[in-house]
Ligand binder design. Structure first.
Ligand code: 2U9
Length: 342
């Protein structure tokens, strides 16, 4: 009985030794630990077999089992250490830095030409005392058309010209709704500009379904067309050069009366005549006019007490002129060969 158990202990030791030599990884170490030293492991079962032995032989056999146990603990701990070392070396090797490799070059970015143009325009007007306001791009018919005296039959309101969205809303076709919202909330004097994206159903080399505007509004007592002319002439010279000639041509907009369009002497040929100005010597820069009394009425500003002027300019058009770009779509294609030139 005793010899049987002693033999068994020796066999287990031999098996364990061969299993330990063939061990492949940390998981295998863990498995062997459970197999031999676990709660239901081999050592535990040897210890319970001991109870069947006569008491005088138990200490001797118990010593053998304890020796085997100590041996297994030591060997398994050694293996654990070995695999820990291997995996640490692997981690270090994987993350090793080759400081002789060239670094990854991160190209420094810069402003988009449209952003640069918009900022120059905004800077001039803020320098003249105008404040910047923004508003929603999805608008109601009221703010985009009705409050601006755009009649129901006006072509701009057509499905073919304006993007309508669900719920009777639309994508603003100009930033003018921002001025309406400001006039509803604030009382004159109002000196404001509204820069932002606008949307129209139009697409060719000079029209994009989304483009950008800066609009402006000045409302106070005794504001007249002379104020409009001077402010916009100052803007044109600051923006396009002090030597620029500026002219005002009569025009029409439902929200201004009288209305005008502003031309400057051609930035390319200085007025001599070229392809850009179609040999006229002049290029159109913006639209403007005195705020229509009906627009003031819709925001409860008394047109007998207050007058004002408004203007609007298209950023893309101006950027195309300044940089000599002939296709508006180049602004939105994110082609680095184009963008890197600015
Ligand atoms: C209010 C009252 C009047 C804004 C104006 C223009 C003339 C104009 C165009 C320029 C190029 C649009 O981007 S574009 O195609 N804009 O010609 N805009 S007057 O008039 C307003 C705005 C708001 C309350």
């Amino acid at each position: 009985m005793k010899d049987e158990l002693v033999n068994k202990i020796a066999t287990i030791r031999r098996t364990a030794m061969s299993e330990l030599t063939n061990i492949a990884d940390e998981d295998a170490v863990r498995e062997l630990r459970v197999k031999y030293l676990g709660r239901k492991g081999i050592i535990q079962s040897l210890l319970s077999e001991m109870s069947a032995l006569p008491s005088h032989v138990r200490p001797e056999v118990g010593k053998e089992i304890n020796e085997l146990k100590a041996f297994l603990i030591e060997e398994l701990d050694k293996k654990t250490k070995v695999f820990l070392e291997i995996s640490r070396e692997e981690i270090i090797a994987k993350g090793r830095l080759d400081i002789t490799l060239p670094g990854r070059y991160v190209k420094p970015g810069h402003r988009h030409p449209l952003r640069t143009t918009m900022e120059s325009i905004v800077d001039i007007f803020t320098g003249l005392g105008f404040s910047i306001y923004e508003g929603p791009e999805v608008e109601t018919d009221y703010y985009n058309f009705e409050a601006l005296n755009v009649p129901p039959e006006h072509p701009a309101r057509d499905m073919h010209d304006t993007f309508y969205v669900e719920g009777g809303l639309l994508l603003r076709t100009h930033t003018s709704p921002v001025q309406i919202r400001v006039m509803e909330k604030e009382r004159p004097p109002i000196f404001m500009i509204a820069p932002g994206a606008v949307y129209r159903r139009d697409s060719d080399i000079s029209h994009s379904p989304m483009f950008h505007q800066v609009e402006g509004l000045l409302v106070d007592k005794d504001i007249n067309f002379g104020h409009l002319k001077e402010v916009l002439a100052v803007f044109c010279r600051k923006m396009f050069g002090e030597k620029r000639d500026v002219r005002f041509r009569p025009s029409f907009f439902p929200f201004t009366e009288p209305s005008a369009e502003v031309d400057i002497s051609c930035v390319i040929c200085q007025g001599k005549g070229c392809r850009i100005c179609k040999m006229s010597g002049w290029v159109e820069i913006l639209g403007c006019g005195m705020v229509h009394p009906l627009v003031f009425k819709s925001v409860n500003i008394n047109p007998k007490k207050y007058t004002g002027f408004a203007f609007g300019l298209g950023i893309e058009r101006i950027a195309m002129l300044i940089y000599g770009i002939n296709d508006i779509r180049l602004f939105y294609e994110n082609d680095m060969r184009f963008l890197e030139q600015f």
